[in-house]
Design a protein around this ligand. Structure first.
Ligand code: AMP
Length: 211
């Protein structure tokens, strides 16, 4: 199955995407993770994307479509994938559709996670992230260690309050129109209430996949 996860920053796409990918035995591809790895490695793509990411702005569509192009040439994505954090503009939606169609593939489902803005700000301002494997944590201080890999937890520069506000604005301006685009062009968009414990939201997600 090939699934796109949509929803504002902090809504829990990463956490739920991880569960879904495990359940479907397909990779979870998060463009944010790919870009943060590129920044850390100091590649050309990372250096070009770094400033926009720190402000909470989007990186250019052609960079994202280049990442997607690489993703779909990976053998582990042949059976499907869970795409987290992509697509974020209608140009990316069109680019992904064209790329998949050139490979004789198409998306199966779009899952839209929803939560009130105050909840997103609360979650993001209390979030730390493993600098090594990118696992997110809530209620854990920067400098403590990741349970999964022992890496050091850090506060992402774009989880600082000014960048969070900008990311939410960018979502409303540039990414919300993608919902209308998928409702028009397909595949089916299933909306999921993302307020609640991860297990509760996970159960709603699985139910939404099967309707
Ligand atoms: P995320 O981890 O999904 O919150 O992404 C972190 C940052 O990476 C975003 O604020 C953007 O700067 C950049 N980014 C990730 N995915 C995309 C995308 N599909 N389009 C544009 N920028 C992206």
């Amino acid at each position: 199955m090939l699934i796109v996860l949509l929803g504002p920053p902090g809504v829990g796409k990463g956490t739920q995407g991880e569960r879904l990918a495990r359940a479907l035995a397909v990779p979870k591809i998060a463009t944010g993770d790919v870009l943060r790895d590129a920044v850390k490695a100091g590649t050309k793509m990372g250096l070009a994307a770094q400033a926009a990411m720190a402000r909470g702005d989007l990186v250019p569509d052609d960079v994202i479509l280049g990442i997607l192009h690489d993703v779909f040439s990976r053998p582990d994505a042949a059976k499907g994938a869970v795409l987290d954090g992509v697509v974020r503009t209608t140009a990316q939606a069109e680019g992904l559709r064209d790329l998949l169609s050139s490979l004789g593939r198409s998306l199966d489902r779009v899952l839209l996670f929803e939560a009130p803005v105050e909840e997103l700000v609360r979650r993001l301002s209390g979030r730390t992230t493993c600098s090594s494997c990118q696992t997110p944590y809530s209620g854990r201080e920067p400098g403590t260690k990741c349970d999964k890999c022992g890496g050091t937890l850090v506060r992402r520069p774009d989880d600082e309050p000014a960048a969070v506000r900008n990311r939410i604005e960018v979502y409303e301006k540039q990414t919300a129109p993608v919902i209308a685009w998928y409702r028009k062009h397909g595949p089916r968009v299933a909306a999921i209430d993302a307020v609640g414990k991860p297990d509760e939201v996970g159960a709603r997600m699985h139910a939404a996949l099967h309707v």
